[in-house]
Design a protein around this ligand. Structure first.
Ligand code: F6P
Length: 520
């Protein structure tokens, strides 16, 4: 039987451990008294090395957390996900993004009855998507590819295309338009010609207001500019092929309702990535993610990186009470990673009720935020070092640069090391202003090189770590009902902006609506 984390015997033991020693743990003393600390809290996983040793925990705490994970049935829940059981309970859906990167024909113990058939569909579609991507790459007449999508239909592909810019085909520019704010589409269209542009309309549901509005405007622009052949210049990436065809888009690539939007970059939604880096590169991305899937699925919990990270997240959120985690990629190409991780973690685990729909008595998702280093150092790192809140930092560094400029990379890596070191060791100051208290936690993730495979593994690592904390919290990490109310109200207010009708509105909304109308 599986338990919610606060119902396990380990929960009160962890509370007691935190009150007794955990809250007083001093990282400097911990390293001084244990020469093995770095080794003990290091973890090799496919493509990713993690140093977890500069975190405010000890071996006894981690053992309790691991026992709690066992009591919560984490492994059973994980296997249920891989096997295709409908663990997205509020929507009655399986959660099978891992299938999108599973090699053709690979059967796993615990597979549900229809997994083999789904895997076949995955590979048939993948072959078609990648053949199309390679055709577009070879088509010299297409110079610009515009992805129109939002949320999971934008953040993952956009982040990955930037991250893998070194692998991008020369002669292809990729643009991402997500916002309903017409400035974004308008600014992009100004640089384009219909005969050399391919629009990808990316939407799982093909109902999202922003994407539908932008898609219609792009179609109208194409026609107005004398564009010929929508079939060649527009493609839809969606589970709702009928809706795409109803809009006049005949070139379509499908996927399935068991792929969550924020987990969809491995599906047809990844087409812009495949156009950028080619079919081989995309297969490498999938292979890197699959290697991490296998690590998560088979490594003992105590040497399982997504598990260790997810448990650390719970320790920080529920026992230390830390409210956020700062992400600092020390690689400029990873600049959209914080935004991507925000959706992954906060849309997955930003939930206030358990699986039974009842309010939970403990905190769930932290706030995620961040910017690449070293830029963040000259902005908000002041607060990390000397602010009143302790906020765990996650640094992501890459050992090998891909540029030839001398001196830069060692400076970058030295800064990453220095920040983690400074946060931990601190410094006695001659006065309060110059004093660094130290003992501030950080996690250091290291890739050997930023490649399709290592990026795939890094993303899958983050997906699974979010699964681990969500699983122990006993929430459904795979729905997102919280985004619905605003969508409904925006529809109502759009009509009221036209009509001026403020009947039934609260005073503030009515007042603002009046101001917006008078400014129009
Ligand atoms: O509004 C939230 C959301 O549903 C996300 O979960 C999703 O990634 C995004 O909107 C876009 O949805 P779609 O791909 O269906 O357009």
């Amino acid at each position: 039987m599986s338990l919610r984390c606060d119902q396990t015997p380990q929960w009160p033991q962890l509370q007691a451990a935190f009150s007794a020693d955990g809250s007083r743990l001093d990282l400097r003393e911990a390293f001084a008294s244990d020469a093995q600390r770095f080794g003990h809290f290091s973890q090799h996983a496919p493509e990713v090395f993690a140093d977890l040793s500069k975190n405010l925990w000890d071996a006894a705490t981690e053992t309790l957390l691991l026992d709690m994970a066992r009591a919560c049935g984490l492994t059973q829940h994980r296997d249920a996900m891989f096997g295709g059981q409908p663990i997205n309970s509020t929507e009655g859906r399986a959660v099978l993004h891992t299938l999108l990167r599973r090699p053709r024909g690979l059967a796993l113990p615990g597979d549900g009855p229809d997994i083999a058939q789904k895997l076949d569909q995955v590979h048939t579609t993948l072959d078609a998507v990648l053949a199309y991507a390679d055709t577009v790459r070879a088509d010299g007449a297409i110079t610009d590819v515009v992805n129109i999508g939002i949320g999971g239909s934008d953040l993952g592909p956009h982040m990955a295309v930037l991250a893998l810019d070194q692998f991008r085909a020369p002669g292809k520019r990729l643009h991402f338009v997500s916002n309903v704010d017409g400035h974004e589409l308008h600014t992009t269209l100004r640089t384009l010609k219909p005969e050399s542009t391919l629009f990808l309309i990316a939407s799982k549901t093909f109902t999202t207001a922003e994407t539908m509005t932008n898609a219609r405007s792009a179609l109208a622009w194409f026609a107005a500019q004398g564009g010929q052949d929508v079939g060649r210049h527009f493609a839809a990436l969606t589970t709702n092929v009928d809706a795409a065809q109803a809009l006049g888009i005949t070139t379509t690539f499908g996927f399935w309702d068991w792929v969550g939007g924020r987990y969809s970059l491995w599906s047809a939604i990844g087409l812009p990535i495949a156009i950028a880096i080619g079919s081989e590169g995309f297969r490498d991305l999938l292979a890197g993610a699959h290697a991490m899937d296998e690590h998560f699925r088979t490594a003992p919990l105590a040497q399982n990186l997504p598990v260790r990270l997810g448990l650390l997240d719970i320790w920080y959120r529920n026992f230390h009470g830390f409210t956020s985690r700062c992400i600092a990629p020390y690689h400029a190409a990873l600049r959209r990673l914080p935004a991507y991780l925000q959706q992954l973690e906060m849309e997955s685990n930003g939930k206030r009720v358990g699986l039974d729909g009842q309010p939970l008595p403990y905190a769930t998702s932290p706030v995620l935020w961040g910017e690449p280093g070293t830029n963040g150092q000259h902005a908000f790192f002041q607060m990390l070092h000397q602010g009143t809140d302790v906020l765990p930092l996650e640094l992501i560094a890459v050992r090998q640069p891909t540029h030839p400029l001398e001196g830069h990379h060692n400076k970058l890596l030295a800064n990453a090391l220095a920040q983690a070191q400074a946060l931990m060791v601190g410094k006695e100051g001659e006065d309060g202003h110059r004093h660094f208290p130290g003992n501030r936690p950080s996690t250091f993730l290291l890739l050997d090189a930023l490649t399709p495979a290592s990026l795939g593994a890094l993303i899958a690592l983050q997906e699974h770590r979010v699964f681990v904390s969500g699983s122990l919290w006993g929430i459904n990490s795979f729905d997102q009902w919280g985004v619905e109310l605003g969508k409904v109200l925006a529809k109502d207010l759009e009509a009221r902006l036209e009509s001026g009708d403020v009947a039934g509105l609260d005073g503030s909304t009515a007042g603002l609506l009046g101001l917006l109308r008078s400014a129009a």
